[in-house]
Design a protein around this ligand. Structure first.
Ligand code: CA
Length: 223
């Protein structure tokens, strides 16, 4: 597991690197935004991103990493920087740490975000018909039935519910849904996605079927 650490404080960087290596991780270090973008590769499995960097707006950097890769990103900010944290999550970060943070908490969060990412890569449900408490989603027939009655979804709405229902109980990041439904990485589709999800919920009449996971994406009810 390779962690890209983006941190301009040398002492903190040394401490993080030493700790992560002891915990069994490989690390790649970047002291600023330019180095971070250069170091980002297909081997990177998680990015630990300090938002306070000398040469770059951390939020913008987060967005640029997200444009290039679906890699899990954990941002670190000072306790007082709540707005920055929210902007970071909206820019595609998966989770955050508040400085000064406990290294054990950092490892727990790394494990959590990578577990989520792996679950998405590993195992979409092989079933073509998904039944969740009275709602039936027929993936190959492109039909949704609630209590036996067909629901009139648009093509896009069906694509969205299908993208989620293939991974019951797993948080699917917004970027991934957008990529699957609109075939683009453009994060400007986020608002459109929200509107479509609202419409799906109204048509199906079951608010609990698709859960919003703030700053990350959506989760389809598990069985
Ligand atoms: Ca800093």
């Amino acid at each position: 597991m390779t962690v890209l650490i983006v941190e301009d404080d040398d002492r903190l960087m040394d401490a993080l690197r030493a700790f992560l290596r002891k915990a069994g991780y490989d690390t790649v270090s970047a002291a600023d935004g330019a180095q971070a973008l250069e170091a980002l590769s297909s081997d990177t499995e998680v990015v630990l991103l300090d938002l306070g960097l000398p040469d770059a707006d951390g939020i913008e950097l987060c967005r640029r990493i997200r444009e290039r890769s679906g890699v899990p990103i954990i941002i670190a900010t000072a306790r007082s920087h709540v707005q920055e944290r929210i902007r970071g999550l909206r820019a595609g970060a998966d989770d955050f740490l508040v400085k000064p943070y406990n290294v054990l908490e950092m490892v727990a969060r790394i494990e959590a975000v990578t577990r989520r990412a792996r679950a998405l890569v590993a195992e979409p449900t092989p079933e073509q018909v998904i039944d969740v408490s009275g709602v039936r989603i027929d993936l190959s027939g492109r039909q949704v039935l609630v209590a036996g009655t067909a629901v009139d979804l648009t093509r896009t709405e069906f694509d969205i519910i299908a993208a989620l229902a293939r991974y019951p109980g797993v948080v699917v990041p917004r970027e991934r849904i957008i990529r699957e439904v609109w075939q683009t990485d453009w994060h400007a589709f986020s608002r459109s996605l929200e509107v479509h999800v609202g419409s799906i919920r109204r048509k199906i009449g079951r608010g609990d079927l698709i859960e919003t996971v703030r700053g990350v994406g959506y989760r389809f009810a598990g069985r």
